[in-house]
Design a protein. Structure first.
Length: 309
């Protein structure tokens, strides 16, 4: 099996568009299409359904994806076994449109000579297991468990606080506001179908809702970011919550409104997790960069869950 084709398939699945996969892999969109087509021919199945907005995994594509990731992991371990001390620093950023990816891009700009391998794992449980096993070097996560209960040999440090914002369409009652307090959201419908029980982001928003008496709806199937934003843009009553650094990538005619939350300002606590005995020199450089780049909140009152560390 052609691993370039497998890698292209995984990248396209992560980005949702062949154009974005081509940019990530530094190849042409035509090359992405050819690689995926060749892989589909080898497997005798369709892996993607093409849509107006990009591509969506078929049932066969969903079944193949974890095995494809495992193939790429095996390839990385094989290469690393003959290049001791020279491999790329492998870092999990949760999602390529989210704040950790932006923070890691800042590190790359400051250290362009450091080779990075950027991955996206599902939740903190998977990330901790990958760090502990050595599959990845580090992960950006909200850490919900006390330090004394962390897996043996795992270290964490809070490295980035991201303000949380309200996102509405142009007809929403709060669309004209520049900033609102969390208490002002009481009675408004906040819809977040991507909340998954047991994940660190669900724990954060559960505590946020409880702290300010809000109701966050997680009902309905999660079709992804773009369908969610389509619904928010057209609705006079639904809103959602996003990180200030989340890249929406929506067309200008959606006219989505980002509204700051203040008094207090809720922030999402991103921590870096790594193995304490990991000797990779680039990991040391990353930790130093994050420590120097971290900004305080000044005199602003902020809110984080009690477990934030």
């Amino acid at each position: 099996m052609d691993l370039d084709g497998v890698r292209t398939f995984v990248t396209a699945a992560d980005t949702g568009r062949f154009q974005d996969a081509a940019a990530t892999l530094s190849i042409t969109q035509q090359a992405v299409s050819k690689r995926v087509a060749a892989l589909e021919k080898d497997l005798a199945v369709r892996l993607f359904t093409r849509t107006a907005r990009g591509v969506r995994l078929t049932i066969d594509g969903q079944a193949f994806l974890p095995h494809a990731r495992a193939l790429l992991d095996a390839e990385e371990r094989a290469v690393a076994s003959v290049r001791p001390g020279r491999r790329a620093l492998r870092v999990d950023v949760i999602g390529r449109r989210l704040a950790p990816a932006d923070v890691l891009r800042g590190f790359h700009r400051a250290h362009p000579d450091v080779e990075l391998d950027v991955v996206t794992l599902f939740d903190a449980k998977e990330a901790f297991a990958a760090v502990r096993s050595g599959t990845i070097d580090a992960s950006f996560r909200a850490v919900t468990v006390p330090s004394r209960r962390l897996p043996d040999g795992i270290a964490t440090a809070r490295v980035h606080d991201e303000p949380v914002q309200l996102l509405t369409g142009p007809r929403h009652a709060l669309a004209a506001a520049r900033a609102v307090t969390p208490e002002r959201l009481v009675g408004h419908r906040i819809w977040m179908p991507g909340l998954v029980d047991g994940t660190e982001w669900a724990a954060y928003y559960d505590d946020f809702a409880a702290a300010f008496g809000l109701t966050i709806e997680a009902t309905g199937p999660d079709f992804g970011t773009d369908p969610l934003l389509d619904t928010i843009a057209d609705s006079p009553s639904l809103a959602t919550l996003v990180g200030a650094q989340t890249r929406l990538g929506r067309p200008a005619d959606h006219d989505l409104r980002r509204i700051a939350l203040c008094d207090p300002m809720p922030v999402y606590p991103h921590s870096l997790i790594w193995r304490a005995d990991n000797p990779h020199p680039a990991l040391t450089a990353l930790r130093a960069h994050l420590d120097s780049a971290r900004q305080g909140h000044g005199t602003r009152q902020v809110w984080t869950p009690h477990w934030a560390q």
